[in-house]
Design a protein around this ligand. Structure first.
Ligand code: URA
Length: 239
């Protein structure tokens, strides 16, 4: 468990003597209460404030969340529960979403406070394949594979979708790999065959795979190894 004085010294980039002064002046709050004890310990859920500002604002956060159906991929919504509402961390309001999913889509969602990282992830040049398991209403056939590979023309945006992988798992279930994220892209792709999509579940983004220990609604931080593997993948795509 980290000590409060070490945390403050590191986050605020100040000397231990300055930390002592801040504590003595009552300018440090831990979970809303003034802290006075230099050896007090804190944990990852502690809200530490200096002069009313969270000291964690500069700590980079990367989370994977198992998004349930019926939750909005937004930070705020007047009507529905949002993915942020599912979190308990005191710093959850600093987070934004790296790659939205539709209201009823389930699966791997990434949240961060690192704008550079989320921008990198969403750049078409990053070539990160997002993998989805999709259930449809009408039986699939091998013609779909070629059509997904060739791309579909989307009138509204006046674009042709980038080559997508389609693996047929059974008559009504396929795996789709996309390197882009157009509005309702998967629904619109199957829509070109008049085949209604019944469910979509994202299980991977690049090298990151949804942790099967996470139940819908649960989240955890990405490990340093996961972050590194993803960074290597994005780096390789650019070179
Ligand atoms: N394509 C869709 O249609 N919906 C999603 O949530 C993701 C991809």
């Amino acid at each position: 468990m980290p000590r409060l004085d070490r945390h403050l010294s590191k986050q605020l980039n100040i000397k231990r003597s300055d930390v002592r002064r801040l504590l003595a002046q009552g300018r440090i709050l831990v979970d809303g209460k003034p802290a006075t004890d230099i050896s007090q310990t804190i944990n990852q859920f502690s809200l530490v404030e200096c002069d009313g500002q969270s000291t964690l604002a500069n700590t980079a956060r990367y989370l994977m969340l198992h998004k349930p159906a019926g939750v909005v991929s937004a930070t705020q919504d007047q009507q529905h529960q949002t993915v942020i509402d599912l979190l308990e961390q005191p710093w959850k309001d600093q987070l934004h979403i790296a790659g939205r999913l539709d209201f009823n889509t389930t699966g791997l969602m990434l949240l961060t406070n690192d704008g550079l990282w989320s921008r990198q992830l969403s750049l078409p040049g990053s070539q990160l394949v997002k993998r989805y398991r999709v259930q449809v209403e009408q039986p699939l056939s091998i013609d779909y594979i070629d059509a997904f590979e060739q791309g579909f023309y989307f009138d509204y945006e006046n674009i042709t979708t980038r080559p997508a992988e389609l693996k047929i798992l059974s008559d009504f279930v396929a795996e789709v790999g996309l390197v882009e994220g157009r509005y309702h892209q998967i629904k619109r792709m199957f829509g070109q065959f008049d085949n209604k999509v019944l469910s979509i579940h994202r299980f991977a983004v690049g090298s990151l795979v949804l942790d099967n220990e996470l139940n819908p609604g649960q989240s955890r931080s990405l490990s340093p190894a996961e972050l590194e593997a993803l960074a290597t993948m994005m780096g390789q795509a650019r070179t």
